[in-house]
Structure formats: structure tokens, C-alpha cells
Design a protein around this ligand. Structure first.
Ligand SMILES: Cc1cc2nc3c(=O)[nH]c(=O)nc-3n(C[C@H](O)[C@H](O)[C@H](O)COP(=O)(O)OP(=O)(O)OC[C@H]3O[C@@H](n4cnc5c(N)ncnc54)[C@H](O)[C@@H]3O)c2cc1C
Length: 333
């Protein structure tokens, strides 16, 4: 690991004033320190925001919820309002990584973690995500990579909380010393690698992610998230699904279906959503929606199994959201 200067901050203004000359933000430090230790990221200064109390906590507002960027995944998953009104987010944060990691991992850091591709994460490989012109995954080990929407780089979106927040139509608050605050919809937050392979999100180097705002759920909303992995815990998803159902009695007025680990940025399946809108949620409609989500798939040499796994993840999560099934015992986390 390289030597670096550590700036300890207790206010947002103090941290923003330090964000220059290639400084890196440290929140929980789980992802950041891993990249520093494996030699793929060598910032000369770390700005430790961990002790900025103003960035921590969950507030109920007139419009919904505001969650501070430093709120941990455990705090989010255990919050009573989130457990009852925003189940998809409680499920996603409560099943990411491990209990120990969830006690340290922050919402901001979780949303901003770069892709988990082993070529990107190894100092031995200079890939397109590092500004070179080659992707090793296309002809290499690609069992955890994308099955859809990829061109330049098939490494998948790793953040569980992003799958939930896309379903909830959240907005991200970004703050800078020079330009003040701006709000970005989560659907515009992640940058497709085809547009810019070295930039993962729209955040600028002088900006802090300060909060996440979630609108109030519409009447009759029920939601759920499930993650499927190679192991029961300790790992990122190989397929995960988020489901938000707006119900009129037994009929689904509107559905939002989100998928992580399928594509380079978290995505919605409009095909699956269209299949549920105006219908009763049954085993049959849920299975049909899962199948519909597999439109335009292009599996790589080692990940065709995901084409079978995603429909199951989606249909079981639809039934869970609708209250017609318990949490799948074969889901991870
Ligand atoms: C074994 C293991 C299993 C895991 N499984 C999962 C999983 O299933 N699902 C999942 O989603 N994640 C998983 N993770 C990843 C883990 O959840 C993330 O590493 C963690 O959430 C990052 O949060 P952090 O606060 O430690 O971020 P940090 O490591 O501090 O930061 C991550 C990045 O975000 C930047 N950053 C952080 N906060 C801010 C901010 N407020 N403003 C601007 N920039 C900021 C940092 O500079 C850095 O680039 C796993 C990790 C491990 C080690």
C-alpha cells in the first residue's frame, strides 16, 4: 500500500474543502481499503468522513424518507419504518455481505462501490475500466458477468441497495463546495460503460454523496428483494431481484421489477412489469413475468446458468412481495 495523508473531518464543509488533488473519500472503508491493499487504487490523501454525525440517520419527512450517506446497512435493515413500508430496502441491506460488514458498510459506500470483476480488481490486469483498450472477461473467466445490456465491459452492478433504491425511485443528493447541492435520480446515477468505461457514477471528484431521498410509497404498495449467490452468505449476488407492487386489492395496479448482477448497471425489466400490470398476482403470472425479464439476453461463454436463475429469482420475489410465499430458503444472505 502507498503512503497517504489522512484528513479527519467532523463536518460536511470540512470534508468538501479537502476534496481536491486526487483525494479519496473514506466512509466504512471496506471497499476503499481493499482496492488500496491490492494496489489498484493509490490515492495520496484520504478524507475520513466516518465521524461526520450530520451524515448519519434516517428521517421521516412529509415526502417520504431521507437517509444520511453514513447510515449503515444494519441500521437501515433494522429500522421499523423501513421494515414495514420499504421492505425491499430492508431486505436488500439486511442480506448484503455479512452481519459484521453490514455494521460498518455505509449506504453511500455501498452505492459507490465499483464493479467486482476480478480483472478490474487485480493489479495484474490493465483493462478497459482502467483506461486501457481491452476487456479480459469476454474471452476469460466470465461466470459472474452480465447476460444483457453490455457492450464495452460485462462486469455487473454489485450494489444490493441500488437494486432496492431503483425500485423505490430514490434520488441521490450530491454536495460540492463550489456548486452546492444537486439531486440525481438513481436511474441516472450510474454511467453505462459504453458511455464512459472509466466512470462508474455521475459523482464528481469534488462531490460527496450526502443523502438518499425515497418518496412515500403509493397506497397498497408491497415490496421485497431476494439475492441468490454461490454461497449462503459472505458474497455478492450472482442474481438478485427487487419487486415493488402497487396493489388494488388482489390486482396489481403497477409493478416495478429491478435486477442486479444481470447488466453493467442496475436495470428495470419493463417486459416483466408490463406482464403484471392490471393482473392478479398468481404463481402463473409471477412465473410469466420472470420469463419475460429474459428478453434480449446474450449470455457469455460461462454464465448461461443466469438465464435460468433470474426468472426463478424474479418469480419467487414477486410472490414474496405479494405475501403469497415466505422468503426462499435457497436465497442467500
Ligand atoms: C465478503 C464481502 C461480501 C459482500 N457482499 C455484498 C453484497 O452482497 N451486496 C453488496 O451490495 N455489497 C457487498 N459487499 C460490498 C460492501 O457492502 C461494500 O464494500 C460496502 O458497502 C462499502 O461501504 P463502505 O462504507 O465501507 O465504503 P468505502 O469503502 O468507504 O467507500 C466505497 C467507495 O465509495 C466512495 N465513497 C464512500 N462514501 C462516499 C460518500 N459519502 N461520498 C463520496 N464518495 C464516497 C469511496 O471513496 C470509495 O470509492 C461485500 C463485501 C465483502 C468484503
Amino acid at each position: 500500500m502507498n503512503s497517504f495523508v489522512l484528513a479527519e473531518c467532523t463536518t460536511v464543509e470540512g470534508a468538501l474543502s479537502q476534496l481536491k488533488d486526487g483525494a479519496a473519500v473514506k466512509a466504512g472503508g471496506i471497499d476503499l481499503l481493499e482496492r488500496m491493499k491490492n494496489g489498484t487504487y493509490q490515492p495520496s490523501k484520504l478524507v475520513n468522513i466516518r465521524n461526520i454525525s450530520a451524515l448519519r440517520g434516517i428521517q421521516k419527512t412529509q415526502d417520504g424518507l431521507t437517509i444520511g450517506a453514513l447510515t449503515t446497512l444494519s441500521e437501515i435493515s433494522e429500522h421499523p419504518e423501513i421494515q414495514t413500508q420499504y421492505q425491499i430496502l430492508s431486505d436488500a441491506c439486511g442480506h448484503a455481505a455479512t452481519p459484521h460488514l453490514r455494521n460498518v458498510a455505509t449506504l453511500g459506500g455501498n452505492l459507490l462501490q465499483p464493479v467486482q470483476c476480478w480483472y478490474y480488481r487485480s493489479a495484474e490486469f490493465e483493462c478497459i475500466r482502467k483506461g486501457k483498450n481491452f476487456c479480459f472477461a469476454f474471452g476469460g473467466l466470465n461466470q459472474y458477468h452480465a447476460i444483457m445490456d453490455y457492450g464495452t465491459c460485462p462486469a455487473v452492478a454489485p450494489s444490493s441497495s441500488a437494486v432496492a433504491l431503483l425500485g423505490l425511485d430514490a434520488r441521490i443528493e450530491l454536495s460540492s463546495a463550489k456548486r452546492g447541492k444537486r439531486m440525481v435520480s438513481i436511474k441516472d446515477f450510474y454511467v453505462e460503460p459504453d458511455a464512459n468505461p472509466t466512470k462508474f457514477t455521475v459523482i464528481e471528484p469534488d462531490e460527496l454523496l450526502t443523502a438518499v431521498m425515497i418518496p412515500k410509497p403509493a397506497p397498497g404498495t408491497r415490496s421485497a428483494y431476494q439475492k441468490y449467490g454461490e454461497k449462503e452468505s459472505f458474497d455478492w449476488a450472482i442474481a438478485d431481484a427487487g419487486v415493488v407492487l402497487e396493489m388494488d386489492g388482489n390486482t396489481c395496479r403497477r409493478a416495478v421489477i429491478t435486477m442486479g448482477a444481470a447488466s453493467p448497471v442496475v436495470r428495470r425489466s419493463q417486459e416483466a412489469e408490463a406482464l403484471l400490470a392490471g393482473k392478479r398476482i398468481t404463481e402463473e403470472t409471477a412465473r410469466a413475468a420472470g420469463k419475460a425479464a429474459m428478453t434480449n439476453v446474450q449470455p457469455l461463454s460461462m454464465n448461461a446458468y443466469k438465464v435460468d436463475l433470474f426468472p426463478v429469482a424474479i418469480y419467487r420475489t414477486i410472490l414474496l412481495a405479494a405475501g403469497q410465499a415466505s422468503r426462499d430458503p435457497s436465497a442467500a444472505g
